[in-house]
Design a protein around this ligand. Structure first.
Ligand code: PGA
Length: 246
């Protein structure tokens, strides 16, 4: 079985001194049993690249432009992220879909731009509480994933998918392992119809993953790791979640 993947999403947190302490704390824990990465604010990527260059920990960004270059004030392109050694980029996080009106089509174009420049997009999707309560979870996640599959075609097998129910993000309210697994199984089935690589693909769960719930989530058949927000800001918690991903 391939290694699980645990990715920290720092969101808009941190400062230079605190980041270097956090990364030093993670590195001090020694080798981790999973693949691991941190997705940091753009402005800290260069520092992060220096701190992690000699380690097995990878790094990435939290968003990317759908365009490779041009007159797009405020945007950051995939080639720029590559130049800073990024391996991953999060696209379609609910805080961007919701707060920045990112459509399914734009998220798909960002995933395509990332792949075209050697980055692995971590494509986030998930339903709101209202959608879950009105029985739309399956339709919503399938629609979000299908937009990406449509744009990527046979390259869909190269992405990482992150199922993040919006109601579980930053709320302390985690999806139960069964709830998460059932959505992951739906996504896996959808991926199988699109690519021969579906069984080797990583489908991460995100939303209030903590040291005390990580192991049971990661034990589910179709949960291949986690996308960790709040708990990735404390070295001990991030390391303990990584250790749960045996
Ligand atoms: P959380 O965030 O772990 O703080 O819920 C997860 C995410 O938004 O990626």
């Amino acid at each position: 079985m391939s290694k699980k993947l645990v990715v920290g999403n720092w969101k808009m947190h941190g400062d230079r001194a605190g980041n270097s302490e956090l990364l030093a704390g993670i590195l001090a824990a020694g080798p981790l049993p999973c693949d691991a990465a941190v997705c940091v604010p753009f402005v800290y990527l260069a520092d992060t690249a220096v701190s992690l260059a000699a380690s097995a920990l990878r790094w990435g960004a939290q968003d990317v432009s759908a365009h490779a270059r041009g007159a797009y004030t405020g945007e950051v392109s995939a080639p720029m992220l590559r130049e800073l050694g990024c391996r991953y980029v999060i696209v379609g996080h609910s805080e961007r879909r919701g707060g920045h009106a990112e459509s399914d089509a734009l998220v798909a174009d960002k995933a395509k731009a990332a792949l075209a420049h050697g980055l692995t997009p971590i494509v986030c999707l998930g339903e709101t509480l209202e959608q879950r309560e009105s029985g739309q979870t399956e339709a919503v996640v399938k629609r979000q994933l299908s937009a990406v599959i449509h744009v990527l075609g046979h390259c869909a097998g190269e992405i990482v998918v992150a199922y993040e129910p919006v109601w579980a993000i930053g709320t302390g309210r985690t999806a139960s392992p069964d709830q998460a697994q059932s959505v992951h199984a739906i996504l896996r089935t959808q991926l199988r119809a699109a690519t021969a690589h579906a069984d080797a693909m990583k489908i991460l769960y995100g939303g209030s993953v903590k040291p005390d719930n990580a192991a049971t989530l990661f034990a589910q058949a179709d949960i291949d790791g986690g996308l960790i927000g709040g708990a990735s800001l404390k070295a001990a918690e991030f390391v303990s979640i990584c250790r749960a991903a045996q």
